[in-house]
Design a protein around this ligand. Structure first.
Ligand code: ADP
Ligand code: MG
Ligand code: MG
Length: 252
């Protein structure tokens, strides 16, 4: 079992108006096999947490820590984070002209695993995973993300998840822009990765819709850069009914 531990994390960015603190002390522990949903209103800092875990240079950690089985994640390069078992959708390039999906996937898998996968099993694994995600086989020959629709990009994100077998996946708004059919296919992919690889998932979402398909063990509500409330799946049900109003009308 592995543990990803976020402790009292404070994160700032530089803006034209000066330094702005966005995360104001976030603590969260997630173990492999667990699904944690991070919910909250727009602008509450959810994507900032994802970007910070991913090592985006724009975000400065001013205090606190992120560790994976005791190893300091903040000291790791983006590549080292991937090799350590973190899957962060954003670290992958949006479009890579001249690089086919097949080559990209194999190169990335080799970098993450530290050795090239055996060609025969790899080809079979890719085909199986693509079929499960209802990705057209001709995608394998296309350039990475070139001309992919939003829904296709999301499927390819989950394809990577299934093939790279990370310990932890951070999925930021994976549900946005998906129709119900695509949402089901994508959710089933996440569920398979969890069942087969004991993956831990940090599922970031504004809406409760995806939580009908991916059942969270824990729900954390982000408000103004902090976790305002934590609970089990019933908290998501409550948010579905009530929305975020009660978190926002603090001084009313
Ligand atoms: P969420 O994902 O919950 O909607 P974000 O993490 O994207 O929230 O944003 C949190 C706050 O930080 C917002 O006020 C947003 O405007 C600000 N912010 C985040 N990233 C940047 C950035 N790169 N430049 C300026 N402001 C940013
Ligand atoms: Mg589970
Ligand atoms: Mg966001």
């Amino acid at each position: 079992m592995s543990t990803l531990e976020i402790k009292d994390l404070h994160v700032s960015i530089e803006t034209e108006q000066g330094t702005k603190e966005i995360l104001k002390g976030v603590s969260l522990t997630i173990k492999t096999g667990e699904t944690h949903a991070i919910m909250g209103p727009n602008g509450s800092g959810k994507s900032t947490l994802a970007s910070t875990i991913a090592g985006h240079p724009r975000y400065t950690v001013t205090s606190g820590s992120i560790s994976l089985d005791g190893e300091d994640v903040l000291e790791m390069s983006v590549d080292e984070r991937a090799r350590a078992g973190l899957f962060l959708a954003m670290q992958y390039p949006v479009e890579v002209p001249g690089v086919t999906m097949t080559n990209f996937l194999r190169t990335a898998k080799t970098a993450i695993a530290g050795e090239a996968p055996k060609l025969r099993t790899w080809t079979k694994d890719v085909k199986t995973a693509m079929a499960a995600l209802k990705i057209d086989p001709e995608f394998a020959a296309r350039n990475v993300n070139e001309g992919f629709s939003g829904g296709e990009k999301k499927r390819v994100e989950i394809l990577q998840l299934e093939l790279f077998k990370p310990k932890f996946a951070v999925l930021d708004e994976t549900d946005s822009g998906l129709d119900v059919d695509a949402l089901k296919v994508v959710s089933e992919g996440v569920n398979r990765a969890q069942a087969e690889n004991e993956m831990g998932t940090l599922l970031i979402t504004h809406y409760t819709r995806i939580l009908r398909y991916i059942k969270p063990d824990f729900v954390h509500v982000f408000v103004d850069g902090k976790i305002a409330e934590q609970g089990g799946p019933e908290l998501a049900d409550r948010l579905e009914e009530e929305g975020y109003d009660r978190f926002l009308n603090v001084s009313a």
